[in-house]
Write a protein that binds this ligand. Structure first.
Ligand code: ATP
Ligand code: MG
Length: 362
Protein backbone atom coordinates (compact mmCIF):
# COMPACT_ATOMS: atom_id res chain seq x y z
CA UNK A 1 0.00 0.00 0.00
CA UNK A 2 1.08 3.57 -0.46
CA UNK A 3 0.28 7.19 0.16
CA UNK A 4 -0.31 9.54 -2.79
CA UNK A 5 1.05 13.05 -2.82
CA UNK A 6 -0.04 15.55 -5.48
CA UNK A 7 2.20 18.61 -5.61
CA UNK A 8 1.05 21.54 -7.76
CA UNK A 9 -0.18 19.14 -10.42
CA UNK A 10 -1.08 20.87 -13.68
CA UNK A 11 -2.47 19.79 -17.01
CA UNK A 12 -2.54 21.63 -20.30
CA UNK A 13 -4.04 20.00 -23.36
CA UNK A 14 -2.70 21.05 -26.77
CA UNK A 15 0.12 23.41 -27.60
CA UNK A 16 0.78 27.00 -28.58
CA UNK A 17 -2.30 29.00 -29.46
CA UNK A 18 -4.52 25.93 -28.97
CA UNK A 19 -3.28 25.21 -25.43
CA UNK A 20 -6.05 24.81 -22.82
CA UNK A 21 -5.26 24.69 -19.11
CA UNK A 22 -7.60 22.23 -17.44
CA UNK A 23 -5.87 21.53 -14.09
CA UNK A 24 -4.42 24.60 -12.44
CA UNK A 25 -2.11 23.31 -9.73
CA UNK A 26 -3.67 20.82 -7.33
CA UNK A 27 -2.11 19.98 -3.97
CA UNK A 28 -3.40 16.98 -2.03
CA UNK A 29 -2.05 14.33 0.30
CA UNK A 30 -3.85 11.02 0.42
CA UNK A 31 -2.76 8.92 3.36
CA UNK A 32 -1.76 5.28 3.10
CA UNK A 33 -4.99 3.27 3.28
CA UNK A 34 -7.23 6.28 2.93
CA UNK A 35 -10.34 6.35 0.72
CA UNK A 36 -10.70 9.77 -0.85
CA UNK A 37 -13.46 10.90 -3.20
CA UNK A 38 -12.99 13.48 -5.93
CA UNK A 39 -16.29 15.18 -6.71
CA UNK A 40 -17.27 18.02 -9.01
CA UNK A 41 -19.40 18.92 -12.01
CA UNK A 42 -18.87 17.55 -15.50
CA UNK A 43 -15.73 18.87 -17.17
CA UNK A 44 -13.99 20.07 -13.98
CA UNK A 45 -11.00 17.78 -14.56
CA UNK A 46 -11.67 14.74 -12.36
CA UNK A 47 -10.90 12.11 -14.99
CA UNK A 48 -7.90 14.07 -16.22
CA UNK A 49 -6.38 14.13 -12.74
CA UNK A 50 -7.11 10.46 -12.17
CA UNK A 51 -5.61 9.53 -15.52
CA UNK A 52 -2.47 11.48 -14.67
CA UNK A 53 -2.15 9.49 -11.43
CA UNK A 54 -2.66 6.31 -13.46
CA UNK A 55 -0.04 7.30 -16.03
CA UNK A 56 -2.51 7.38 -18.93
CA UNK A 57 -2.08 11.11 -19.35
CA UNK A 58 1.11 13.13 -19.31
CA UNK A 59 1.64 15.53 -16.39
CA UNK A 60 2.20 19.11 -17.62
CA UNK A 61 3.53 20.45 -14.33
CA UNK A 62 4.13 19.50 -10.70
CA UNK A 63 4.74 16.09 -9.22
CA UNK A 64 2.78 12.96 -8.47
CA UNK A 65 4.31 10.82 -5.75
CA UNK A 66 3.06 7.30 -5.01
CA UNK A 67 4.72 5.76 -1.96
CA UNK A 68 8.25 7.10 -2.04
CA UNK A 69 8.55 7.41 -5.84
CA UNK A 70 7.89 10.34 -8.12
CA UNK A 71 5.88 8.58 -10.83
CA UNK A 72 5.61 11.36 -13.46
CA UNK A 73 7.82 9.48 -15.90
CA UNK A 74 6.78 5.94 -15.01
CA UNK A 75 4.68 3.72 -17.27
CA UNK A 76 1.22 2.79 -15.92
CA UNK A 77 2.27 -0.78 -15.30
CA UNK A 78 5.22 0.38 -13.17
CA UNK A 79 3.01 2.38 -10.83
CA UNK A 80 1.42 -0.50 -8.90
CA UNK A 81 -2.13 0.76 -9.40
CA UNK A 82 -5.38 -0.77 -10.62
CA UNK A 83 -8.14 1.23 -12.21
CA UNK A 84 -11.90 0.61 -12.47
CA UNK A 85 -13.68 2.66 -15.12
CA UNK A 86 -17.27 3.55 -15.85
CA UNK A 87 -17.10 1.40 -18.98
CA UNK A 88 -15.51 -1.63 -17.44
CA UNK A 89 -15.46 -3.60 -20.73
CA UNK A 90 -15.06 -7.23 -19.74
CA UNK A 91 -13.86 -9.73 -22.33
CA UNK A 92 -17.19 -11.06 -23.63
CA UNK A 93 -15.95 -14.49 -24.72
CA UNK A 94 -14.13 -15.21 -21.45
CA UNK A 95 -15.67 -16.60 -18.28
CA UNK A 96 -15.76 -14.58 -15.08
CA UNK A 97 -12.79 -16.60 -13.84
CA UNK A 98 -10.78 -15.95 -17.01
CA UNK A 99 -11.65 -12.27 -16.96
CA UNK A 100 -10.21 -11.97 -13.48
CA UNK A 101 -7.22 -14.19 -14.18
CA UNK A 102 -6.22 -12.66 -17.50
CA UNK A 103 -4.03 -9.81 -16.28
CA UNK A 104 -2.16 -12.11 -13.91
CA UNK A 105 -1.58 -14.66 -16.67
CA UNK A 106 -0.10 -11.95 -18.89
CA UNK A 107 2.11 -10.90 -15.99
CA UNK A 108 3.38 -14.48 -15.88
CA UNK A 109 2.23 -15.46 -12.39
CA UNK A 110 2.24 -19.19 -11.57
CA UNK A 111 -1.08 -20.96 -12.06
CA UNK A 112 -1.54 -21.84 -8.39
CA UNK A 113 -0.97 -18.22 -7.32
CA UNK A 114 -3.47 -17.00 -9.92
CA UNK A 115 -6.05 -19.49 -8.77
CA UNK A 116 -5.55 -18.51 -5.15
CA UNK A 117 -5.98 -14.80 -5.88
CA UNK A 118 -9.05 -15.27 -8.09
CA UNK A 119 -10.74 -17.52 -5.53
CA UNK A 120 -10.10 -15.02 -2.74
CA UNK A 121 -11.40 -12.08 -4.76
CA UNK A 122 -14.43 -14.12 -5.80
CA UNK A 123 -15.13 -14.91 -2.15
CA UNK A 124 -14.88 -11.25 -1.10
CA UNK A 125 -17.17 -10.18 -3.95
CA UNK A 126 -19.51 -13.17 -3.65
CA UNK A 127 -18.83 -14.25 -7.21
CA UNK A 128 -17.93 -17.84 -6.30
CA UNK A 129 -21.03 -19.35 -7.91
CA UNK A 130 -20.66 -17.32 -11.11
CA UNK A 131 -17.07 -18.10 -12.09
CA UNK A 132 -18.00 -20.21 -15.12
CA UNK A 133 -20.46 -17.71 -16.60
CA UNK A 134 -19.68 -15.24 -19.36
CA UNK A 135 -20.37 -11.51 -18.84
CA UNK A 136 -23.50 -11.68 -20.98
CA UNK A 137 -25.03 -14.08 -18.43
CA UNK A 138 -24.58 -11.57 -15.59
CA UNK A 139 -26.57 -8.63 -14.26
CA UNK A 140 -25.10 -5.12 -14.42
CA UNK A 141 -24.15 -5.21 -10.75
CA UNK A 142 -22.50 -8.61 -11.11
CA UNK A 143 -20.47 -7.38 -14.08
CA UNK A 144 -19.39 -4.39 -12.05
CA UNK A 145 -18.23 -6.76 -9.31
CA UNK A 146 -16.19 -8.73 -11.84
CA UNK A 147 -14.54 -5.49 -12.95
CA UNK A 148 -13.76 -4.83 -9.30
CA UNK A 149 -12.43 -8.38 -8.94
CA UNK A 150 -10.10 -7.84 -11.86
CA UNK A 151 -8.60 -4.90 -9.96
CA UNK A 152 -8.44 -6.68 -6.60
CA UNK A 153 -6.55 -9.76 -7.84
CA UNK A 154 -3.65 -7.54 -8.84
CA UNK A 155 -3.16 -6.52 -5.18
CA UNK A 156 -2.18 -3.00 -6.16
CA UNK A 157 -0.87 -0.32 -3.82
CA UNK A 158 -3.58 2.05 -5.07
CA UNK A 159 -7.10 1.69 -6.50
CA UNK A 160 -8.34 4.35 -8.90
CA UNK A 161 -12.07 4.47 -9.65
CA UNK A 162 -13.61 6.67 -12.35
CA UNK A 163 -17.39 6.78 -11.85
CA UNK A 164 -17.61 3.00 -11.64
CA UNK A 165 -21.29 3.00 -10.68
CA UNK A 166 -22.74 5.55 -13.06
CA UNK A 167 -24.04 2.95 -15.52
CA UNK A 168 -26.08 1.18 -12.85
CA UNK A 169 -29.67 1.85 -11.86
CA UNK A 170 -30.43 3.62 -8.57
CA UNK A 171 -31.02 0.48 -6.51
CA UNK A 172 -27.89 -1.27 -7.73
CA UNK A 173 -25.84 1.83 -7.08
CA UNK A 174 -26.87 1.78 -3.43
CA UNK A 175 -25.96 -1.90 -3.19
CA UNK A 176 -22.60 -1.44 -4.89
CA UNK A 177 -21.86 1.60 -2.74
CA UNK A 178 -22.17 -0.64 0.30
CA UNK A 179 -20.03 -3.32 -1.38
CA UNK A 180 -17.27 -0.82 -2.03
CA UNK A 181 -17.36 0.35 1.58
CA UNK A 182 -17.10 -3.25 2.81
CA UNK A 183 -14.32 -3.93 0.34
CA UNK A 184 -12.28 -0.99 1.59
CA UNK A 185 -12.93 -1.97 5.20
CA UNK A 186 -11.39 -5.38 4.53
CA UNK A 187 -8.56 -4.52 2.10
CA UNK A 188 -7.62 -1.00 3.30
CA UNK A 189 -6.08 -0.19 -0.08
CA UNK A 190 -5.42 3.52 -0.74
CA UNK A 191 -8.24 4.60 -3.06
CA UNK A 192 -8.99 7.61 -5.20
CA UNK A 193 -12.62 7.58 -6.32
CA UNK A 194 -14.13 9.96 -8.87
CA UNK A 195 -17.84 10.70 -8.96
CA UNK A 196 -20.20 13.54 -9.66
CA UNK A 197 -22.74 11.96 -7.32
CA UNK A 198 -22.71 13.84 -4.06
CA UNK A 199 -24.32 10.97 -2.11
CA UNK A 200 -21.34 8.81 -3.07
CA UNK A 201 -19.06 11.68 -2.08
CA UNK A 202 -20.73 12.00 1.32
CA UNK A 203 -20.87 8.29 2.14
CA UNK A 204 -17.89 6.56 0.55
CA UNK A 205 -14.84 8.52 1.44
CA UNK A 206 -13.01 9.42 4.61
CA UNK A 207 -12.34 12.74 2.91
CA UNK A 208 -13.40 14.43 -0.30
CA UNK A 209 -11.81 16.81 -2.75
CA UNK A 210 -14.43 19.17 -4.18
CA UNK A 211 -13.23 20.23 -7.63
CA UNK A 212 -14.34 23.22 -9.66
CA UNK A 213 -12.88 24.19 -13.02
CA UNK A 214 -9.56 22.46 -12.50
CA UNK A 215 -9.06 23.63 -8.93
CA UNK A 216 -9.55 21.93 -5.56
CA UNK A 217 -12.06 24.24 -3.87
CA UNK A 218 -12.09 22.30 -0.62
CA UNK A 219 -10.53 19.17 0.83
CA UNK A 220 -12.05 17.77 4.01
CA UNK A 221 -14.17 15.12 5.67
CA UNK A 222 -17.76 14.93 4.44
CA UNK A 223 -18.92 16.34 7.79
CA UNK A 224 -16.55 19.33 7.54
CA UNK A 225 -17.47 20.08 3.95
CA UNK A 226 -21.18 19.93 4.78
CA UNK A 227 -20.90 21.99 7.98
CA UNK A 228 -18.37 24.58 6.79
CA UNK A 229 -18.30 24.87 2.99
CA UNK A 230 -15.32 27.00 1.95
CA UNK A 231 -17.07 28.75 -0.93
CA UNK A 232 -20.56 29.26 -2.32
CA UNK A 233 -19.65 26.76 -5.03
CA UNK A 234 -19.10 24.02 -2.45
CA UNK A 235 -22.21 25.11 -0.50
CA UNK A 236 -24.24 24.84 -3.69
CA UNK A 237 -22.76 21.52 -4.74
CA UNK A 238 -22.84 19.44 -1.55
CA UNK A 239 -26.25 18.89 0.05
CA UNK A 240 -29.55 17.95 -1.52
CA UNK A 241 -31.22 20.23 -2.21
CA UNK A 242 -28.17 22.50 -1.99
CA UNK A 243 -27.75 25.38 0.46
CA UNK A 244 -29.95 28.44 -0.07
CA UNK A 245 -27.73 31.35 -1.07
CA UNK A 246 -29.17 34.85 -1.21
CA UNK A 247 -27.35 37.97 -2.33
CA UNK A 248 -27.94 41.23 -0.54
CA UNK A 249 -26.67 43.72 1.99
CA UNK A 250 -26.39 43.85 5.76
CA UNK A 251 -28.56 46.57 7.31
CA UNK A 252 -26.84 49.55 8.95
CA UNK A 253 -27.32 48.09 12.44
CA UNK A 254 -26.25 44.57 11.39
CA UNK A 255 -29.48 43.13 12.79
CA UNK A 256 -31.03 42.33 9.42
CA UNK A 257 -29.99 41.23 5.97
CA UNK A 258 -31.71 42.77 2.96
CA UNK A 259 -31.89 40.13 0.25
CA UNK A 260 -32.13 41.96 -3.02
CA UNK A 261 -32.21 41.11 -6.68
CA UNK A 262 -33.91 42.60 -9.74
CA UNK A 263 -35.43 45.40 -7.68
CA UNK A 264 -37.17 42.97 -5.30
CA UNK A 265 -36.30 43.04 -1.62
CA UNK A 266 -36.86 40.71 1.30
CA UNK A 267 -35.82 41.43 4.85
CA UNK A 268 -34.24 38.63 6.87
CA UNK A 269 -34.02 39.33 10.60
CA UNK A 270 -30.85 37.81 12.03
CA UNK A 271 -30.91 35.82 15.27
CA UNK A 272 -27.48 37.27 16.05
CA UNK A 273 -26.27 40.66 14.78
CA UNK A 274 -23.63 40.35 12.07
CA UNK A 275 -20.36 42.28 11.93
CA UNK A 276 -19.57 44.56 8.96
CA UNK A 277 -22.94 46.31 8.83
CA UNK A 278 -23.73 47.81 5.44
CA UNK A 279 -21.56 45.35 3.50
CA UNK A 280 -22.67 43.23 0.57
CA UNK A 281 -22.85 39.60 1.50
CA UNK A 282 -24.15 36.21 0.48
CA UNK A 283 -26.35 34.68 3.14
CA UNK A 284 -26.59 30.88 3.28
CA UNK A 285 -28.87 28.51 5.20
CA UNK A 286 -29.48 24.86 4.34
CA UNK A 287 -33.07 23.84 3.40
CA UNK A 288 -33.21 21.49 6.40
CA UNK A 289 -32.33 24.34 8.78
CA UNK A 290 -35.15 26.62 7.68
CA UNK A 291 -38.21 25.85 9.77
CA UNK A 292 -41.64 26.98 8.63
CA UNK A 293 -43.61 28.97 11.20
CA UNK A 294 -47.37 29.37 11.19
CA UNK A 295 -50.03 30.96 13.42
CA UNK A 296 -48.25 34.29 13.50
CA UNK A 297 -45.32 32.96 15.56
CA UNK A 298 -42.26 35.18 15.11
CA UNK A 299 -40.54 34.51 11.81
CA UNK A 300 -37.23 35.78 10.46
CA UNK A 301 -38.15 35.81 6.82
CA UNK A 302 -41.19 35.56 4.60
CA UNK A 303 -41.40 33.23 1.64
CA UNK A 304 -43.83 33.33 -1.28
CA UNK A 305 -44.49 29.68 -2.05
CA UNK A 306 -44.35 28.79 -5.74
CA UNK A 307 -44.22 25.01 -5.74
CA UNK A 308 -44.48 22.16 -3.23
CA UNK A 309 -42.88 18.81 -3.97
CA UNK A 310 -44.10 15.88 -1.85
CA UNK A 311 -41.31 13.30 -1.66
CA UNK A 312 -43.10 10.91 0.68
CA UNK A 313 -41.02 11.34 3.81
CA UNK A 314 -40.77 15.10 3.42
CA UNK A 315 -41.89 18.17 1.50
CA UNK A 316 -39.71 20.49 -0.50
CA UNK A 317 -41.27 23.94 -0.39
CA UNK A 318 -39.93 26.16 -3.18
CA UNK A 319 -40.48 29.87 -3.06
CA UNK A 320 -38.87 33.28 -3.35
CA UNK A 321 -37.45 35.84 -0.99
CA UNK A 322 -35.93 39.11 -2.15
CA UNK A 323 -36.39 38.03 -5.76
CA UNK A 324 -34.27 34.90 -5.27
CA UNK A 325 -35.18 31.20 -5.00
CA UNK A 326 -35.36 29.61 -1.58
CA UNK A 327 -36.16 26.01 -0.57
CA UNK A 328 -37.37 24.58 2.74
CA UNK A 329 -37.21 20.91 3.64
CA UNK A 330 -40.23 20.20 5.83
CA UNK A 331 -42.01 17.24 7.45
CA UNK A 332 -44.53 15.61 5.11
CA UNK A 333 -47.57 16.38 7.24
CA UNK A 334 -47.36 20.17 6.86
CA UNK A 335 -50.13 21.83 4.88
CA UNK A 336 -48.51 24.29 2.51
CA UNK A 337 -49.63 25.21 -0.98
CA UNK A 338 -48.40 27.33 -3.86
CA UNK A 339 -49.56 30.94 -3.64
CA UNK A 340 -49.26 31.08 0.15
CA UNK A 341 -46.90 33.36 2.00
CA UNK A 342 -45.28 31.60 4.94
CA UNK A 343 -42.74 32.57 7.56
CA UNK A 344 -39.52 30.70 8.29
CA UNK A 345 -37.04 30.71 11.17
CA UNK A 346 -33.45 29.56 11.64
CA UNK A 347 -30.90 29.45 14.44
CA UNK A 348 -27.72 31.54 14.72
CA UNK A 349 -25.51 28.48 14.18
CA UNK A 350 -27.24 27.68 10.88
CA UNK A 351 -26.21 30.86 9.07
CA UNK A 352 -23.25 30.78 6.68
CA UNK A 353 -21.78 34.07 5.44
CA UNK A 354 -19.85 34.44 2.22
CA UNK A 355 -18.04 37.40 0.68
CA UNK A 356 -20.16 38.77 -2.18
CA UNK A 357 -17.11 39.31 -4.43
CA UNK A 358 -14.79 36.37 -3.73
CA UNK A 359 -17.63 33.97 -2.75
CA UNK A 360 -15.32 32.68 0.02
CA UNK A 361 -16.61 31.79 3.45
CA UNK A 362 -16.23 34.55 6.03
N1 ATP B 1 -7.74 15.21 -24.97
C1 ATP B 1 -8.25 16.38 -24.64
N2 ATP B 1 -7.94 17.52 -25.33
C2 ATP B 1 -8.42 18.72 -24.98
N3 ATP B 1 -9.24 18.91 -23.92
C3 ATP B 1 -9.60 17.84 -23.19
C4 ATP B 1 -9.13 16.52 -23.50
N4 ATP B 1 -9.65 15.68 -22.59
C5 ATP B 1 -10.40 16.42 -21.75
N5 ATP B 1 -10.37 17.72 -22.12
C6 ATP B 1 -11.06 18.84 -21.44
O1 ATP B 1 -10.57 18.91 -20.11
C7 ATP B 1 -11.60 19.25 -19.20
C8 ATP B 1 -11.68 18.23 -18.10
O2 ATP B 1 -12.12 17.01 -18.62
P1 ATP B 1 -12.34 15.72 -17.72
O3 ATP B 1 -12.67 14.58 -18.59
O4 ATP B 1 -11.18 15.57 -16.81
O5 ATP B 1 -13.64 16.16 -16.87
P2 ATP B 1 -14.45 15.35 -15.78
O6 ATP B 1 -14.43 16.17 -14.53
O7 ATP B 1 -13.97 13.95 -15.69
O8 ATP B 1 -15.94 15.39 -16.36
P3 ATP B 1 -17.09 14.26 -16.39
O9 ATP B 1 -17.78 14.35 -15.05
O10 ATP B 1 -17.98 14.74 -17.48
O11 ATP B 1 -16.46 12.95 -16.67
C9 ATP B 1 -12.88 19.36 -20.03
O12 ATP B 1 -13.11 20.72 -20.28
C10 ATP B 1 -12.54 18.61 -21.30
O13 ATP B 1 -13.24 19.15 -22.40
MG1 MG C 1 -14.79 12.09 -16.17
Amino acid sequence: MAAIHLKQVRKTYGRGAKAVDVIHGIDAEIADGEFIVMVGPSGCGKSTLLRMVAGLEEVSGGQIVIGDRVVNELEPKERDIAMVFQNYALYPHMSVYENMAYGLKIAGLPKAEIDDRVQRAAAILELGALLERTPRQLSGGQRQRVAMGRAIVRKPAVFLFDEPLSNLDAKLRVQMRLEIQKLHASLRTTSLYVTHDQVEAMTLGQRMIVMNKGRAEQIGTPAEVYARPATTFVAGFIGSPPMNLLRGKLAADGAAFEAEQGGERGTIRLPQPAAAAGHERIWGVRPEHLLPVFDGSPAQLALDVELVEALGAELLVHGRCGGQPLVLRCPAHLRVAAGQRIGAAFGPADVHWFDAQTTHRL
